[in-house]
Design a protein around this ligand. Structure first.
Ligand code: SF4
Length: 294
């Protein structure tokens, strides 16, 4: 079997490629395809870029093939790679009957009990702790992220690393405390290397998320990033097409914004994220607290 085209890249190049892929994913570009590049065009491009350590070939706006200039072109497989058909995002169960506020904590506990020491998907092999949720069962506002990272996996709580600190700041800017909201993820176990959950993993784990949402029944849900938006809304769309408006979702209002980890990588987008949170605040009837004069 032929080696994948990037198998011969050095570690630094592969890490740079992975970082670029995460950046595109955060922008909502979740489907990237590798297509053949015209060898003549490629050689011309490489010759025109001999002073650069690496050349990125952008093809049809969705293809990224980083190629070190010192690499022998003949070792690249430039044949067309068959593009597998898109697998469907799993359908969602009907909305469960409302749970009385006094019974919500017990209902959430029951969901956690059902998860147990879960081995339903491949993510169980690399996890340290299952990360179920954090926050109030009576929250009016519920945040959904993608999956646990290293800090979350170690502590068993969602959003406790640097991205979590930024989320806490965002919650504070809305005039709320972290304990007043509910925070959970599409998958409960850390994907290795913080990669995006595979479709099968997200489809397997997300029924627990839907049950959590149905118990808490928040007025507003904020989907943090493209993965959360994709599996909540059941559709693959760039983030740009989903942000800036209110979606009806399982009896709640859903707003889509950037994942805090993306905002740490590209702080210029914080203004856009704040605009999204202001939509959530408007729906909740919240006003931002006055800034301290200190
Ligand atoms: S990610 Fe979800 S379905 Fe997969 S093992 Fe963890 S708890 Fe189970």
């Amino acid at each position: 079997m032929a080696a994948p085209p990037n198998a011969n890249l050095d570690l630094a190049t592969r890490q740079a490629l992975a970082a670029r892929m995460r950046f595109y994913r955060d922008l909502g570009l979740t489907e990237l395809y590798r297509r053949p590049v015209d060898p003549v065009l490629l050689k011309n491009l490489l010759q025109s870029a001999v002073s650069k350590p690496e050349v990125e070939v952008l093809h049809e706006a969705q293809t990224v093939i980083p190629i070190p200039v010192e690499h022998d072109l003949d070792s690249y497989n430039l044949e067309e790679t068959a593009i597998p058909p898109r697998k469907p995002i799993a359908g969602q169960p009907e909305i469960a009957p409302p749970v009385a506020p006094a019974a919500r904590a017990a209902a959430l506990h029951a969901i956690r009990e059902d998860i147990g020491d879960c081995t339903r998907c491949a993510l169980h092999t690399g996890r340290n702790k299952i990360v179920f949720a954090d926050g109030s069962p009576d929250a009016r506002l519920l945040f959904v992220g993608e999956g646990p990272g290293a800090d979350e996996d170690a502590q068993g709580l969602p959003f406790v690393g640097k991205a979590g600190q930024l989320l806490n700041n965002m919650i504070g800017a809305m005039g709320l405390k972290r304990e007043e909201v509910y925070i959970c993820n599409v998958v409960k176990c850390r994907p290795p290397g913080n990669r995006t959950p595979e479709l099968e993993e997200a489809n397997t784990c997300s029924p627990f998320l839907f049950r959590q949402i149905d118990v808490v029944r928040p007025e507003v849900i904020v989907a943090l990033g493209a993965t959360a938006a994709t599996y909540l809304l059941g559709q693959r769309q760039p983030l740009a097409g989903l942000r800036g408006r209110v979606h009806a979702y399982r009896g709640s209002k859903l707003i889509v914004t950037y994942h805090p980890a993306f905002l740490l990588r590209d702080p210029r987008q914080k203004k856009e994220a704040w605009a999204d949170l202001q939509i959530a605040m408007r729906e909740l009837g919240l006003t931002a607290p006055a800034k301290s004069q200190d």
